[in-house]
Design a binder for this molecule. Sequence first.
Ligand code: AMP
Ligand code: MG
Length: 438
Amino acid sequence: MLSVNEAEAIIFNLVQPLDNQLNTEIIDLRQAQGRILAAAITSKLDFPHWDNSAMDGYAVRYEDVKACNAENPVILEVIEEIPAGYQPISTLQPGQAARIFTGAVMPAGADTVIMQEMTQPQSNCVLIQVAPKPQEFVRKRASYYHAGDELLPAGIMINAPETAILAAAQCNDICVFRKPKVAIFSTGNELVTPEKSLKAGQIVDSNQYALAALVRQLGAEPIILGIVADEPKALAEVVKTALNSADIILSSGGVSVGDYDYVEQIIQALAGEIHIRSVGMKPGKPLTVATLGHKDSVVNSDIDNLQVSNSAVENRHLNLRQKLYFGLPGNPVSALVTFWRFVQPAIAKFSGLADGWKPVFMKAKTKQELRSSGDRESYIWGKLTIVDGVYEFGVAGGSQVSGNLINLAQTNALAVLPPGQNLIPAAGEVWVLLVGNH
Ligand code: AMP
Ligand code: MG
C-alpha cells in the first residue's frame, strides 16, 4: 500500500497537460472567465493611450506655478474646458490654464495638473496659491505599459482583473486551452438514478452527480456515462466509450477486493497499466489509478503533416493520447475525499494551469480533539472559519464514516492526521486541506 505522498507523486507525474498548440480554441472575451490562457497576451496599445489627467482640476505649465504660494499667488487665464472623451484644441501659452476633468486628454503645452480643491476659480481665470510637483496628476502615455509588452503569461486562469486587462488592451479573441473532458460513470448492480423508487437492496447513485459538479467547478467538461452494472462486458464497453470521448476517466465503485469488483480486471484486459491499487488513507484506501490507450504521446510534426480540419486534428490527438483512469472508491465520502486529494489537482494540472494546481493546505487551530485509529493518514471533514484573525477548524458533527454523506454538506476543509498520529488535542495545531468553495 502506497503512502498518500507516494500516490500523489505518481499521479502528478502521470499528468501530461494539454498541448498549447494542439489543444486550444479561440473564444470571445465575454466567455473567458475561468478559462486558462494558452498563449501570453501582448499589448497592442500603449497604456494609458494618451497623456491624461488623474484629477478634476486645471492643466497648467509647471513653469508658471512652480514658485507660487499664499503670499505670491498666480492667476492663470482659463482658455478651454476639457471633459473626458474630448480632444483639446488649444495649446497653453505662458499664463494660461485649461479646466480639465479626470481621464481627459492633456492639452498641448500643459505638463501638470492642479487638483481643483487647491484652486479658486475667478470668472475666466483661476487663482493658485500652492505650487504643485512637476508633472503631478498627469498619467503619462505608456507609463503603465507599452505596446509590445507582455500583459499576461500563458497558463493563468482568467478572472476579473485579467478580464479587465484583456478588455482594456482590446483583446477580444482569446486563445485558451480547450476544456478537459472528463468521463464519469458509477459502477454497481445496486445503483439507481434519483427519480426511481427503491426496490429491495437498491441505493441511489449520488457519486455521479457530485463528481460532475466537482469537474464543472474546475472548468472541465463532464461526460456523464451513467450507471454500469458489475459485469465485465458492460464495464469494458463503457471504458471503451470513455476512452474515445474523454481525456480523463473517473469511475466510482468496484475497486475493492469483492467478487464483483471488476475495474482492475477490465483495465488489464484493455492493456492498461495500473500504477496504484490502494493508498494508506482513511477514507479512500481502495483507489485504482491507471493509464490506458496509446503510450507514445503525439509528435507535433505528425499532426502538422495531416491536411485535415482542426477538429479532426483535435480528435486524432485526443485518441492518440494516453488516458488517465481514476477508479475511485464507491463509498460517497471516500469518492469525494480521493477526488479532492488527487483528482482535482490532476485535472487542474491537465487543464494547462502553470501554477496553483496543487492541493492547498493551511495550518489551523482545531476546536475539538481530533482522533484517528490505525496507521493510515486520516482525513476528518469540517469547517474552516476565521475567529479573531486565526483559522479554526471545527469538526462536522454526526457520524464521520465513509458511507455517511450527510455531514459533508457545508464543509470546506479536511483536517489531516498523518499516519501514526492518532490524536491532536483541542486547540492544537492541525494541517487542513481546503476543499470546495470558500
Ligand atoms: P464499492 O466500492 O463498489 O464496494 O462500494 C462501496 C459502497 O459504496 C457500497 O455500499 C456501495 O453501495 C456504495 N456506492 C457505490 N457506488 C455508489 C454511488 N455511485 N453512489 C452512492 N453510493 C455508492
Ligand atoms: Mg460496488
